[in-house]
Design a protein. Structure first.
Length: 294
């Protein structure tokens, strides 16, 4: 089921000028602006209350209360833990668990290709590939492993890539280094991490770089501070959200960026490998007949 944010975006070409004003205000601070009462939302958008009522009906809601009920449900969904999700999970085929689970992941990947426009993917890849921009990456408790994975590969492709420490004590150093044209990538999936939300807000207000949020359809609150938002599918029908779409999306970015200027990429990899192989203790020949430990 699509989120209201996605529905509004999908239906935007069909909106009247008044409805487009409402949509722009809601999306600019989604979903928080829309949680105010109908009169306040009408005043913010410069339209009448009946226009707001017609707008919510156009996106499939039975009224303004139903619209807000769905928004609140989305916010609650973003805080679901495995203990909550297990109550509505669908058991994977027990006879061949791996095969059954793999089918679910294939469905998630299919959803990925249907929900992320090629233009959005290409835009993000172009920003990351731009050598004039520094790239900063950070994620949450689990998703920071994906941020680290992306940073490891990007460092071999280009310079100016910084994986921010999970320790907030080191964040000021990175924020002070950021420039307006730089790119900061946040990975944050449901059970969103509050200190990352605070960091994104600080970054947006001080350094003002481009902020890219990679999240799920329920939207991390970091979306309020973001320039671009990538909403990935994570629901595999089990107690545990899947990161397969996030990993596939990340790998696709790595390949796209690396092949965009392959001459420059292979030149950096060659130089990188020459230094790494010389300095790595694991590549040195054993001394005095001793065996290397693995």
């Amino acid at each position: 089921m699509k989120s209201l944010r996605v529905l509004i975006t999908d239906l935007s070409p069909q909106f009247t000028s008044s409805e487009r004003k409402i949509a722009n205000v809601i999306l600019a601070d989604y979903p928080f602006t829309a949680l105010s009462n109908i009169q306040e939302l009408a005043e913010k958008t410069g339209v009448s209350a009946p226009s707001v009522t017609r707008f919510v009906a156009k996106i499939g809601c039975e009224g303004f209360q139903d619209f807000q009920r769905q928004l609140i449900a989305e916010l609650q969904e973003g805080q679901r833990s495995p203990r909550d999700l297990v109550s509505r999970s669908v058991p994977v085929e027990s006879e061949d668990f791996l095969a059954g689970y793999s089918k679910r992941l294939a469905a998630v990947l299919e959803e990925l290709t249907q929900t992320i426009p090629a233009s959005q993917f290409d835009l993000l890849a172009g920003l990351i590939a731009d050598p004039s921009r520094n790239i900063f990456l950070i994620g949450g408790r689990v998703s920071d492993t994906i941020a680290a994975f992306l940073s490891i590969h990007l460092r071999q492709i280009r310079s100016g890539v910084y994986h921010m420490s999970e320790n907030p004590e080191f964040w000021p150093e990175h924020v002070l280094r950021m420039r307006k044209k730089d790119v900061v990538i946040f990975f944050d999936f449901r059970r969103y991490q509050q200190n990352l939300v605070q960091l994104a807000n600080t970054v947006a207000q001080t350094a003002q770089p481009l902020i890219i949020l990679i999240t799920d359809k329920w939207m991390s609150p970091i979306a309020r501070s973001s320039t671009h938002v990538i909403a990935l599918p994570i629901d595999a029908g089990t107690a545990w959200d899947t990161m397969v779409a996030a990993i596939a999306f990340t790998e696709a970015l790595i390949v796209k960026v690396s092949e965009g200027d392959w001459e420059a990429t292979q030149k950096r990899i060659r130089a990188w490998d020459e230094i790494r192989l010389v300095t790595s203790p694991f590549d040195k020949a054993p001394a005095n007949g001793e065996n290397n430990e693995t």
